[in-house]
Design a protein around this ligand. Structure first.
Ligand code: SAH
Length: 379
């Protein structure tokens, strides 16, 4: 069966290998959003019937969390015979399995997940008193090579499909629910392995399903996509989603930023700022992440430079004391020094929050996600 070409998720290529096997391989339902599923169903029935069946199917699989179906299930959902044979060619089982599940002393759970081709990615479940957040990966590895980040050391192995991104949420939600998890999983951050803007089409497709009221129903304002600052993708990001944007700043000038983030050499800070000014839609804001490294970017004067840089932009700053990463010379500042940095930013009128490290003891904190390298450690 040939999918409607313009709408078929390119995604499954990532999970099913490449080449001639694609068309014969079962296709992941989770790699669809409502629009692409409706379009695929329209090849078999009318537009309005397709829309109605797509809604039923999304609700059944993603809201009610079904992982298998057969003709009887679809009949019971009142799906007509015109649509059932097509739907039964689709794959509703999760595309990832749990390879390792490691609880941290602070209740964070690091999940190592294995794709069908053996690729390993990590997701981190972060329960909180007010909200429960899942940190998801967008790629297997990452090409951006930030010197302080464990994932950056892996290089890019491959993209994740939209379905593989969605399935991190399906799996984590199931784990959290079966643990009687409260509060419910409501927040999602693309701050796991990978650079989301280097896999933007799949990230946006996944985000559409995750924020679709018929499927997961997450509020777009509770989904945050974090980028190193691939500025040429900003227009597509803002056009494609109402999710929040986070930008990893991490240094107050080009020299220092390029020394730890290769993207800094390609897009200087002035270009990043200009692109944000030009593309940020009215009413939206930016979250800047600023990882603090002792003696590198943590001086109060550096806080002044940051405040100057972001002046006039609707934004907040998240200060992240660095977690142990691949470069042992990069360490977090002392608590006093962190406080002084934050105090200076606040004094400049910047809304600032310190991100308390979560899951550090199990390697689940920011910048510690190592994917396949993890298994070498386990063995
Ligand atoms: N590629 C995206 C998303 C993944 S990283 C990005 O860079 O934004 C998510 C956040 O973790 C980024 O802000 C990154 O700067 C931060 N991070 C990476 N390594 C870290 C480390 N060793 N300690 C603290 N934060 C780190």
């Amino acid at each position: 069966m040939t999918p409607a070409r313009s709408h078929a998720p390119s995604a499954d290529r990532g999970s099913q290998g490449s080449g001639a096997a694609i068309d014969r391989a079962p296709r992941l339902l989770a790699s669809h959003d409502a629009e692409s599923l409706t379009a695929a169903l329209e090849a078999h029935g009318t537009a309005s019937a397709a829309r109605s069946v797509a809604a039923k199917v999304l609700r059944h699989v993603f809201r009610e969390d079904a992982t298998t179906w057969d003709d009887d299930t679809l009949r019971a959902l009142d799906v007509g015979g015109w649509a059932r044979p097509f739907l039964l060619t689709m794959d509703v089982a999760p595309s990832l399995e749990i390879a390792d599940q490691v609880p941290s002393a602070d209740d964070t759970v690091r999940l190592l997940l294995r794709a069908r081709d053996g690729a390993l990615v990590e997701a981190v479940l972060i329960p909180g008193p007010a909200r429960t957040t899942l940190c998801v990966s967008s790629q297997v590895g990452c090409a951006r090579a930030c010197t302080f980040c464990e994932t950056g050391r892996l290089g890019l192995a491959r993209q994740l499909s939209a379905g593989e991104i969605v399935d991190q949420v399906r799996i984590a939600r199931r784990i959290w629910r079966s643990a009687g998890g409260d509060p419910a999983l409501s927040n999602l951050v693309f701050m796991g392995m990978g650079e989301p803007f280097d896999n933007l089409a799949e990230v946006l497709r996944a985000t559409r399903l995750l924020t679709d009221g018929r499927a997961f129903g997450l509020a777009p304002s509770r989904v945050t996509v974090s980028t190193v600052g691939v500025i040429d993708k900003l227009p597509a990001f803002f056009a494609g989603t109402r999710a929040e944007l986070a930008v990893s700043l991490n240094a107050p000038d080009d020299r220092r930023r390029a020394a730890i983030m290769p993207i800094g050499a390609r897009f200087p800070l002035a270009a990043l700022r200009e692109a944000l000014d030009r593309t940020l839609p009215a009413g939206r804001r930016v979250l800047f992440e600023y990882v603090l490294f002792e003696g590198f970017n943590d001086a109060p004067e550096d806080a002044n430079l940051v405040a100057e840089y972001i002046r006039g932009l609707r934004c907040r700053v998240n200060v992240i004391p660095s977690n142990p990463g691949p470069d042992p010379s990069l360490r977090p500042p002392s608590p006093d020094r962190i406080d002084a940095f934050v105090a200076r930013l606040s004094a400049c009128g910047v809304t600032t929050l310190v991100r308390r490290p979560r899951g550090r003891d199990v390697g689940g904190a920011c910048g510690q996600l190592a994917g396949a390298r993890r298994l070498a450690v386990l063995r």
